[in-house]
Design a protein around this ligand. Structure first.
Ligand SMILES: Nc1ncnc2c1ncn2[C@@H]1O[C@H](COP(=O)(O)OP(=O)(O)O)[C@@H](O)[C@H]1O
Ligand SMILES: O=C(CO)[C@@H](O)[C@@H](O)COP(=O)(O)O
Length: 560
């Protein structure tokens, strides 16, 4: 029989990737990346150059269309397969990445009159300027005794739908008024492909307080936030919410013309990229934790019971694998933190040395840092360069390095930053365990496990656990393709369910990272100091980080 394929499209922070996969073996036939032409818009709007405030992060929705226009035809061309052999398409997307659209589903920023209006653009997941709204959501939900917040570890984040939409209402009420709906970018792309305005139960569950039996929080909650929000859920969040594994619809003629695929190809309901990564890493059993390690780090844990864990991002029934509870936790700066050091803080001599040795600066720093013994640099860092997502859930926290001296070298700082992110992950795992959740197995996926061996060894040492690595280097795209195969269904040569897709299409690498006892002993000591700093500065009543942030915001505004 002729081979059947699915395409997974993974919309990341900086770029979108299409992956063409054989649905019976998981063999990756072709992949293509389209960097977003506008990238992450965090300083100025594209056309007018209008300055954005601190903590803003926007995107241009046409960049997402560019991925459809370029990467999908390109994987067909590279593989040489007949488009008729592609039976399904799945979409993985960062989240909560949200945009306001008009009644035709067109983004408001496409309107000439709104091109100069920051609130008309996509708010990327790492847009952190709605912290005030998030804090008020938390206070109000607590005051009213709302139970939905328990599913999110007692706190909602400034990254999520309600905080972002409320920020639009507060700062640009006319834009809020013009928005027919606020939607996740994943759902927007699915709507472009199928014409169907359906919402992903995964994104709605983790990022918009939706629950499969209870729906969205009641009107009274939204009214208590702000009377203008009373009908927010039933108006601005309109659209049928479909569970993962369902078909959102079929490719329209128009979408087929853009992508080169056949009209009628099945399109799956969208999925958050990290969750798709967990599926693409083959996690289907309770106790498996997948760490999607890239710009940020998302920890996806499968469980067979619902436990409310302090400060975790969310527990959603069927949220990753139908039939299980999917837990999400995360650190919002991991690759980005190492990237910050390389781009903003490493001295020029290191850059020259790396170039003369034919290494990237990351590679050079990693090699040097690997020569150090754990603890030898005398440093300890808190990894909060982009705030803390779990367990403190506070975007206003910031980074810290303790122990710097006149002798401190760049590779020492680099190593301390790698370690800080590992300590942050250990804190998350320990929080799960003390809440009664079992973490039996660690699987890593994403860009970082392929790029930085030292980082992975440090994680194994800090966690005192073996870490297995997903075979695919593109697990979010693979997971999306798997959902595409499920949406197509067995009659068209696809899969009957996601567990079958995982059996057929995923595998782990032979090689794994194992802890080295004496390293782990040192890291136990350092971790207990990390923990002390975590408590002292994260919730010990010491507000120094918040004071500094407030001061910066005030002065940035004056400078505008
Ligand atoms: N060798 C390296 N070691 C550590 N971090 C790296 C290395 N190379 C790139 N990075 C960081 O990895 C991140 C990109 O990760 P990747 O998984 O490709 O992207 P995404 O999270 O957008 O899918 C960037 O933040 C970059 O700074
Ligand atoms: O927030 C989530 C998942 O909940 C991610 O989409 C977000 O962290 C972006 O991740 P990456 O850019 O893929 O590291």
């Amino acid at each position: 029989m002729e081979k059947r394929y699915a395409i997974g499209i993974d919309y990341g922070t900086e770029s979108g990737r299409a992956l063409l996969v054989d649905v019976s073996t998981g063999e990756e036939a072709a992949s293509h990346v389209t960097p977003y032409p506008h990238g992450v818009i965090d300083e100025r709007l594209p056309d007018s150059g209008k300055l954005l405030e601190p903590d803003w992060a926007l995107q241009h929705p046409d960049d997402y269309m560019e991925v459809l226009r370029r990467s999908v035809p390109e994987v067909l061309r590279l593989s040489g397969i007949d488009p008729a052999q592609v039976i399904g398409v799945g979409i993985a997307f960062t989240a909560s990445t949200v945009l306001p659209v008009d009644s035709s589903g067109a983004p408001l920023c496409f309107q000439e009159a709104l091109r100069d209006e920051p609130h008309a653009y996509v708010k990327l997941w790492k847009h952190h300027a709605a912290q005030e709204e998030a804090s008020r959501i938390n206070e109000t939900a607590r005051r009213l005794g709302e139970t939905f917040l328990r599913r999110y570890g007692g706190k909602s984040s400034s990254e999520w739908m309600a905080a972002k939409a409320w920020q639009v209402l507060n700062e640009a009420p006319s834009v809020y008024g013009m928005a027919d709906r606020f939607i996740e970018a994943a759902d927007w792309i699915v709507e472009r492909l199928t014409g169907n305005p359906v919402r992903s139960g995964c994104a709605a569950g983790y990022k918009a307080f939706w629950h499969k039996r209870e729906g969205y929080p009641a009107r009274s909650f939204f009214r208590a936030l702000d009377p203008r929000l009373e009908r927010f859920a039933e108006t601005k969040l309109r659209g049928e919410v479909l569970p993962l594994g369902s078909k959102a619809g079929e490719l329209t003629e128009q979408a087929a013309a853009i992508t080169g695929l056949r009209p009628g190809t099945a399109v799956a309901v969208g999925i958050i990229d990290a969750h798709a990564g967990a599926v693409g890493a083959g996690a289907v059993r309770p106790g498996q934790m997948v760490m999607a390690m890239g710009t940020s780090l998302c920890h996806m844990l499968l469980g067979d019971k619902e436990v409310c864990v302090e400060g975790l991002c969310g527990v959603i029934e069927d949220g990753i694998i139908p039939g299980l509870y999917g837990y999400e936790a995360g650190q919002p700066a991991v690759g980005d933190l190492f990237g910050w050091f390389v781009e903003q803080a490493a001295p020029s001599y290191a850059k020259h040395a790396a170039a003369s040795e034919g290494l990237t600066l990351h590679g050079w720093l990693e090699r040097r840092a690997a020569e150090l013994r754990p603890g030898q640099h005398g440093l300890l860092a808190l990894d909060w360069w982009n705030g803390n997502r779990t367990v403190l859930v506070d975007a206003d926290l910031s980074g810290l390095i303790v122990g710097l001296t006149l002798q401190t070298r760049p590779e020492e700082i680099y190593r301390a930053l790698l370690e800080a992110t590992a300590f942050g992950t250990r804190k998350i795992i320990e929080t799960f365990e003390t809440s009664g959740m079992e973490v039996k197995e660690l699987i890593a996926c994403g860009g970082l496990p392929q790029r930085n061996r030292l980082l992975m060894q440090i994680y194994a040492d800090v966690m005192r656990r073996e870490i297995r690595i997903a075979d695919s280097t593109e697990t979010p795209a693979l997971g999306a393709a798997m959902f595409g195969a499920v949406a197509a269904g067995p009659a068209r040569g696809g899969c009957a369910g996601i567990t079958e897709a995982a059996e057929r299409m995923t595998r782990l690498r032979e090689e794994s990272y194992r802890p080295v006892e004496e390293h782990s002993d040192v890291y136990d000591e350092l971790y207990s100091e990390y923990n002390r700093l975590h408590e002292l500065l994260g919730r010990g009543g010491n507000d120094v980080m918040k004071t500094l942030k407030r001061m910066k915001r005030r002065l940035d505004r004056v400078n505008d």
